[in-house]
Design a protein around this ligand. Sequence first.
Ligand SMILES: Nc1nc2c(c(=O)[nH]1)N[C@H]1C(S)=C(S)[C@@H](COP(=O)(O)O)O[C@H]1N2
Ligand SMILES: [Mo]
Length: 358
Amino acid sequence: MATRVCKPTPDDLLEDTGSGLDYGTRPDRMLGDITPVDRFFIRSHAPTPMIDPATWALSVDGDGVRQPISYTYDDLCHRFPLRSMVRTIECAGNRRVLLGEELGQPFEGTQWGRGAISTAEWTGVRLRDLLEPTGVTAVACEVMAESLDAIRARRPLPLAKALADDTIVAIAMNGELLPPDHGFPARLLVSGLLGAASIKWLGRLEVSEQPLHVPWNTEDYVLIGPEHPADGPGRGLAITALGISTLVELPWPARLQPGPQIIRGRAFAGENRVSEVQYRIDEGPWRPAEITSAGSPGVWTRWQFAWSPDPGEHLLRVRAADDRGRLQPGSTPWNELGYMHESVLAHPVHVAREAPTP
Ligand SMILES: Nc1nc2c(c(=O)[nH]1)N[C@H]1C(S)=C(S)[C@@H](COP(=O)(O)O)O[C@H]1N2
Ligand SMILES: [Mo]
């Protein structure tokens, strides 16, 4: 299928999921804390729209505001304090293919391996600064972001999350204007919730006095299955917070040479902070990994450990715990759409018989 995104998507930086719209970041091409734009994952339900910032507007309306307002791009850039923050975005469908392999049943939907997660420094205006001049009513309870792309993506946020210090309307990513594929001219950036909350190509914010029901919280991005009773009119339980996950910075399956080496990776705990990471080789004991760059709530943590593997086939497992005392689980319950695969992965590692001769 022809690509319908803007940036180049070379195989050595991005994993093609086959949809023509969705590309995962390559776990073996992660260098710093921040993911450069050239390898930041893309998840788009429709082709990247070309939006002219000169005519773009962001309207804030709904029964939850006293005074609707429309902001221009210039307002966003110059009328409010700009805040910068490093935050990780993860799609609720990350690791779907691996969940299918574990449960012996492939899932439909974007065929994600481990690459639907990336981290950037985002710069923008606090959503609450944009809401404040509209006079949000005392009974307002949700803010729904709506996009300008072909599908007009919409998903509501609880008002408390919309007003949080680190919920911003971002206009820049890693110090550059937001790239088209990541939401130019402006996107919502919601820390620690599923990626679908961070609406790209933002065009409207609706403040509501009633809970809102739209396809993205009733049919899509919901957990449907015996372990997840629906809590409203939707087909399942709407996903909001993300769980705990870990990622080894090696291809899947990995091929290593024998002998001493460092194994590295990342762990992410959504709105919480990763406090501990452990690893296990084959059926051996769990051992502590060294945390090399402490994350914070909403930001991944980097870890490493030294390993001198013997030749042969190995399974490497890594698990993390968060600062609320939650440990990454050993299994993920089946759900119809294959979301929230947050359990420990058994990473296959093939170690060669002998070091190659120089
Ligand atoms: N307008 C719009 N916003 C969107 C999407 C989309 O398809 N359209 N995808 C969402 C999903 S499911 C995810 S995981 C993130 C991905 O952000 P990225 O493409 O910048 O990595 O954007 C979210 N925002
Ligand atoms: Mo997503």
